[in-house]
Design a protein around this ligand. Structure first.
Ligand code: 5CA
Ligand code: ZN
Length: 413
């Protein structure tokens, strides 16, 4: 946890756009705020899309702290999953070594970008023993059912699926109709054509051990490994309790991942909702397509850092786009961000400047309004341009604004 300076003045209540209701809602339900953000699948390095997501939720944590809340932030790591096993196989490395290496690089990248670490990073692997009981409970309570594992290595092995038809609230996060759900289900890890499922959209909870795959003790489920969505449901339930205040991730997770983990968590807890707000980062693209490890069209944070790019300029590229928008990365955005950073540095290095109180208020107001970081940056630009063109006689102003940039925007000059 880095040192976060105090900023004078007071902050308004933070509101965020909730994907499920479409409304602007308070991000905090009380003094203590719980934040669950879906973490990386560590089979490749952090790209600008991941970075955008984690900077967005870092911003949320910062403004909540500034408005007097205690933030409890949990993030998972999907350190066992098909793509990780496939990449390890392709590269001839042990999947555990691949995951360990990419997690370390991710944490370095996040530190460089001044992302405040979550209170807890929970790997799926270390948490598997805590998933078994809840899956058994879903089976016992009639939320889940078994399907014979066709190509399993042991006779009688069973896979377990969540029965979406049992859940009257299924669809309440994404609001997609069945056709819309089916359209993205397979591409995002689902198996609509698996024989024996009751509904094509039913989600895998436990996969019986297959020859050549890693396996864990699944109690009455038999040995195998967990499905993806149940991991986030259980980690959030165990480490934060539901409803969490904010469930975060990119828009590519709205369906099926967030729909399913919300359904699992509601079924396990009896709570009518999984999160007070579902907040989603728009997709960052490159050359007209979503940036993704599977497509390989990546701009990596670690590559930019190696090339000597100032991490704060990377952060400014991300902050200059509203989190709810999709956008395409281009190199000139980095040039612009670097120029902005240089201007701010110059303006803030003066012995004084124009009074900064209004600028700090403007930053706070912009961020409290669904994390409108572009508007917050504009406010700083206005102050910097005034400071450089007309100067100012408040000797404390650069210090106050510098602390606000650090504490609220995570931009250290
Ligand atoms: N481990 C799962 C979540 S439990 C996962 O989606 N991992 S990931 O490595 O693929 O993505 C990590 C985070 O970055 C997720 O929140 C995802 O929604 C987000 N993300 C992935 N690609 C992009 C992109 N191109 N633009 C913005 N965010 C992205
Ligand atoms: Zn997740």
């Amino acid at each position: 946890m880095p040192f976060i300076p105090q900023v004078p003045g007071s902050a308004p209540e933070v509101r965020v756009r909730d994907t499920a209701s479409g409304e602007l809602v308070p991000a905090a339900s009380g003094d203590d705020v719980t934040l669950y953000v879906c973490g990386i699948t560590p089979y490749d390095a952090t790209h600008l899309g991941h970075a955008a997501t984690y900077v967005t939720f870092d911003l949320l944590g910062r403004v909540l702290r500034d408005s007097g809340h205690t933030v409890r932030y949990v993030q998972n790591i999907t350190d066992i999953d098909d793509p990780l096993l496939e990449r390890a196989e392709r590269d001839g490395v042990d999947w555990r070594d691949l995951a360990t290496r990419e997690i370390a690089l991710f944490r370095e990248d996040m530190t460089a970008l001044a992302v405040i670490p979550p209170d807890e990073y929970l790997g799926a692997v270390e948490s598997i023993p805590t998933f078994v009981g809840p899956i058994e409970k879903l089976v016992a309570d009639g939320w889940a059912y078994a399907v014979a594992a066709p190509d399993a290595s042991r006779d009688g092995a069973l896979d377990y699926y969540f029965d979406v038809a049992k859940d009257p609230r299924f669809g309440s996060v994404s609001h997609l109709d069945e056709a819309g759900m089916l359209e993205v289900f397979e591409e995002r890890g689902g198996d609509p054509d698996r024989a024996g499922k009751r509904n094509r959209l039913d989600a895998l909870l436990w996969r019986a051990h297959r020859e050549g795959e890693p396996e864990w003790d699944g109690g009455s489920l038999g040995s195998g490994r967990p499905g993806w969505h149940i991991e986030c449901a259980c980690i959030a339930l165990d480490h934060l309790g539901v409803p969490v205040d904010v469930q975060g991730g990119g828009t590519d997770l709205i369906f099926p991942h967030h729909e399913m983990s919300a359904a699992h968590a509601r079924a396990l807890s009896g709570s009518t909702s999984f999160a007070g707000a579902f907040v989603h980062q728009g997709m960052v693209g490159l050359d007209g397509e979503k940036m993704s490890k599977s497509k390989g069209n990546l701009v990596l944070v670690s590559t930019l850092r190696r090339e000597g790019v100032d991490p704060m300029a990377i952060r400014l590229v991300l902050l200059a786009r509203h989190h709810s928008h999709d956008w395409i990365y281009q190199d000139d955005q980095l040039v612009e961000a670097q120029q902005r950073l240089d201007t701010w540095r110059k303006a803030l290095s003066g012995n004084g400047g124009p009074v900064a109180d209004q600028t700090v208020d403007d930053i706070r107001a912009a961020l409290a309004d669904d994390l409108d970081s572009p508007r917050a940056l504009d406010a700083v630009d206005r102050w910097a341009s005034q400071a450089l063109s007309r100067g100012g006689d408040d000797p404390g102003a650069p210090g106050v604004l510098g602390r606000a940039l650090d504490a609220l925007l995570g931009v250290r000059l």
